[in-house]
Design a protein around this ligand. Sequence first.
Ligand code: CU
Length: 281
Amino acid sequence: MNRINSLLAGVLSSRWMKALAVVGMAGVAEAQGGNRWAPFPPASDFGHRFSELFWLITILCSISMVIVVLLLLIPLLRDRARPGHKANYDHGSSLHDKRLTAVISLATFIVLDAWVLAIAMKDLREAYWNMPEVDQAETYPIEVLGQQWAWHFRGPGLDGEFGTPDDILEMNQLTIPKGRPVSFQMTSKDVIHSLFLPEMRTKKDVNPGSINKTWFKPIEAGEFTILCAELCGYAHYQMFGNLTVMEQEDFDEWEESASLLGIAAYDPEDEEAQWAWEWEE
Ligand SMILES: [Cu+2]
């Protein structure tokens, strides 16, 4: 057993192992196009709030972990049995111990939970729940239908109305303009899904029988990720797509041709495609 242990320790601490680990990590980071240890940078105007909260929680938890580990190590080393010293222990059940436990719990709760909760509630009020008024000129509306296992998106097209032949229908692909609030109304055909746009720091459940709303304002043009964040059946993993954010001029051009394509492809007999609803104000 000892020989196996020392062999294993030798392999794990060898230069080769370290070199392999470094190459492996660099490879993964390269493949992911950036730093694999941090979340993607946010691409929506409120996204930085969520990144800041993420780092605050990570730092607070790291600090408290260091404190807990130190507090465990000190008595472990100080009070252990060793030549000339008998192990020293108690059950931590004296009044003094109970008071200390209560004070530490309360302090932890106030510093960690209440602080994080206060920031989170402020972010929700000021950004996430602060949905802009839908005004066609400024806000771009999108209707979303989730199903096992695909995302359907519907833009209003050139007439600005949903449920008309010039609607823009996309599947597992969504095209939106940069720099304008995009307002989503969403429902599901079957089970609960969850629309997750990680770079936009947006995630919201998509429920059958009701319409959920969310919004964000993309501040960067490019290609981003669409996912389903609710385990919705055996092909849940297939519910991913691509979000394209275009500069306004490119988007205008795209919207016009997509809307005309919609008219050309419109088939009033196709009941599956008639899932639009009247936009809820
Ligand atoms: Cu799903």
